[in-house]
Design a protein around this ligand. Structure first.
Ligand code: 13P
Ligand code: SF4
Length: 312
């Protein structure tokens, strides 16, 4: 008898061939999706893959802004997202209309707007350059020295980048509902239980948590950090899906999920909306499809291209 899910995986692989599709998955996706994907990575790596693929269909297993970024970068491709309700609280914390109104009301500041990629196409279209957690320091360092920077939408990432670069920035007051769940107490407790295990945290965590970390970095850089470190065990302070990726890449190491005050790990309910069944159905029907008006797409592409140029 085939193992549970084997038929489903075979169906997905057959549909993928039939549709000439590529499956891109974020590091926070469930293990089964990571295993069936052609590429698993962070927001930066996924953007680069989406921009360069020659597949006809991009099946994007992540959240909406990531799939939208893929469409913005490669508009002739059909981009599908297994569940259209896979949103992002951080992206929602900065509506394009609110940013536009703020920029109008503060036109005298002549802001250089740096937007973290976790935002809508509308916000990207209002921005000068995009960054990810993997390249934020580099992008801020490259910003024109004579301009005031407005950094949107993540205040925690923004705060961390200010500390790294020494560049003052005005911060939009958005945050990720998952990463702010980690607390000083919850991380001190797990660290006391595993003395010697380095604490690796995502920059979307609060300052109190980041101060406890041995390393603060993007999800992709977590792999490099753990690979290059001599420790056997690591405390990983980010969304729980990251542990699947780390365990696959570094099977000889032990990864302990960072807990919150109420849970042993933190799940992003948006990332977890995608399932193998929904991926199969999306490849079959080529729905739900990501679309956006061409004028908006073209405007949003410019700051993403600027980011990619500055990332090499
Ligand atoms: P990374 O680009 O580091 O993978 O982060 C994406 C994200 O959504 C973090 O919450
Ligand atoms: Fe958005 Fe946070 Fe989920 Fe990342 S973990 S997709 S920032 S809600």
């Amino acid at each position: 008898m085939p193992a549970l899910g084997v038929d489903l995986v075979e169906e997905i692989l057959a549909l993928k061939r039939e549709r000439n599709a590529v499956i891109l998955a974020h590091n926070y996706q469930i293990r089964e999706i990571q295993e069936v994907a052609d590429f698993v990575g962070d927001s930066l790596g996924l953007s680069i893959q989406a921009a360069g693929t020659d597949a006809d269909v991009i099946a994007f297993c992540g959240v909406h802004f990531m799939a939208e970024t893929a469409k913005i970068l490669n508009p002739s491709k059909r981009v599908i997202l297994p569940d259209l309700d896979a949103g992002c609280s951080l992206s929602d914390s900065c509506p394009a209309e609110a940013l536009e109104a703020y920029l109008k009301a503060n036109a005298d500041k002549n802001y250089y707007v740096i937007a973290y990629i976790n935002c809508s196409g509308g916000v990207k279209a209002l921005s000068d350059v995009i960054c990810t957690s993997g390249n934020a320091v580099r992008i801020v360092n490259a910003a024109p020295k004579d301009r005031n920077i407005l950094f949107v939408p993540d205040q925690n990432l923004g705060q961390w980048v200010m500390e790294q670069t020494g560049r003052p920035m005005e911060l939009w007051k958005g945050s990720c509902y998952v990463h702010v769940e980690f607390t000083k107490q919850s991380i001190e407790r797990i660290r006391a239980e595993h003395p010697g295990a380095p604490v690796v945290a995502h920059p979307e965590c609060t300052t109190a948590v980041r101060l406890l970390a041995d390393e603060v970095c993007s999800t992709e850089k977590m792999i490099h950090y753990c690979r290059d470190h001599s420790a056997k065990a690591f405390i990983i302070v980010t969304e729980s899906g990251m542990l699947h990726r780390l365990e696959r890449e570094l099977p000889d190491r032990i990864f302990i999920p960072g807990p919150t005050d109420v849970c042993a790990c933190a799940d992003c309910r948006f990332m977890k909306r995608n399932t193998l069944e929904k991926l199969r159905d999306a490849l079959d029907s080529l729905q739900p499809e990501i679309t956006l008006p061409e004028a908006l797409r073209a405007r949003a592409e410019l700051p993403i291209r600027r980011m990619l140029e500055q990332s090499v």
